[in-house]
Design a binder for this molecule. Structure first.
Ligand code: PMV
Length: 327
């Protein structure tokens, strides 16, 4: 038997950083997915191969032997192994396994690839044991695995990877799905610059402590945008959404988390005819998004490439974690 499961990547449409100070954020699953293929082995080893992280190796009796990726491979694969252990507990079974991870999501770019890997792994391994676990359970397991990768994550990434669709997230209020009937045609531009979410969150905090009377109103405005954007999403007002993205980008720049190359990609997308564009996620590098009319998407993507980024077209994915094949 061999099972393949998948889970989607995400983009933060509105509210990044301001969410740290209690404002809501709007997060959407996109149609770029991570695929996890699993099959049993005849021995007791758990072999994990991540094609994108260039890491593979064997876990056996608490010991790890790398195959590729050397000494760094263990840390990269450990969260996947943690998901496997959780599933063993849940299904009250155990077996040697071969797990292959193939991601269509750029890594360390703020698109939620690690959470998608965790959710898809949980789904694939449980199906291999013939057990169908609830999405709420998959969310919990993926969240635990995320803690191994990111310390104290908000839970947005495992939620969107598990449930898909569009979610409003607010600290201490949790996760509320909401229905967006219109299409959200996006171009995602990647600066290729790796950054640390923790450092950027700390930078905003420093600015806020130094200039509270200036920064606090910006954070308030960031929260107001989310309220307005929610209505625009419900009504399908793409032009309004584009304008709100432009304002958000300026606010994020004001609190200190844009980057020269992000600004360049955002400007190129707008010039090429996007309704609006903004950085997405932590900023300081990573990715930006541009909202555009379907006919304009290719043009916007090529403008982003000309400006020095990589780009791909994406849209909303209503489906969260799912089985792709079982045979
Ligand atoms: O780039 P990401 O997906 O790690 O997003 C970070 C979002 C922040 O609001 C900057 C931090 C957070 O924990 O919400």
């Amino acid at each position: 038997m061999e099972v393949t499961a998948s889970a989607p990547a995400k983009v933060i449409l509105f509210g990044e950083h301001f969410v740290v100070y209690g404002k809501p954020a709007i997060v959407m699953a996109i149609n770029k997915r991570v695929y996890v293929k699993a099959k049993p082995r005849n021995d007791r080893k758990i072999y994990i191969n991540s094609l994108n992280l260039n890491a593979s190796g064997f876990f056996e009796n608490g010991k790890f032997t790398p195959e590729t990726g050397g000494s760094k491979a263990k840390a990269k694969l450990e969260p996947v192994k943690a998901v496997v252990e959780k599933i063993f507990q849940l299904v009250e079974g155990k077996s040697g396994l071969e797990i292959e991870i193939d991601s269509k999501i750029p890594v360390a770019a703020g698109l939620g690839s690690s959470a998608a890997v965790a959710a898809a792994t949980a789904k694939a391994i449980s199906a291999l044991f013939g057990v169908e676990i609830e999405k709420d359970e998959i969310f919990k397991i993926a969240y635990e695995a995320e803690k191994l990768v990111h310390g104290t994550p908000s839970g947005i990434d495992p939620a969107i990877a598990t449930y898909g669709g569009t979610i409003i997230f607010q600290k201490n209020m949790g996760i509320k799905p909401f229905t967006v009937k219109c299409e959200i045609p996006l171009v995602i531009g990647d600066t290729g610059l790796k950054r640390s979410t923790g450092e950027l969150v700390a930078k905003v905090r420093m600015n806020k402590e130094k200039y509270p009377s200036i920064m606090n109103p910006i954070i308030e405005a960031g929260g107001e945008i989310v309220e307005r954007a929610r209505k625009a999403l419900e009504k399908g007002e793409l032009e309004v959404l584009g304008e709100l993205m432009n304002i958000t980008h300026s606010l994020l720049s004001a609190v200190g988390v844009s980057h020269e190359l992000l600004d360049k990609l955002v400007a190129a997308a707008r010039r090429a005819g996007a309704y609006g564009a903004k950085l997405t996620g932590a900023g300081g590098g990573g990715c930006m998004i541009a909202l555009a009319n379907r006919e304009m998407l290719e043009r916007v993507a090529s403008a982003i490439r000309d400006a020095g980024g990589t780009a791909f077209i994406a849209e909303k994915s209503n489906e969260g974690v799912r089985i792709e094949s079982k045979h």
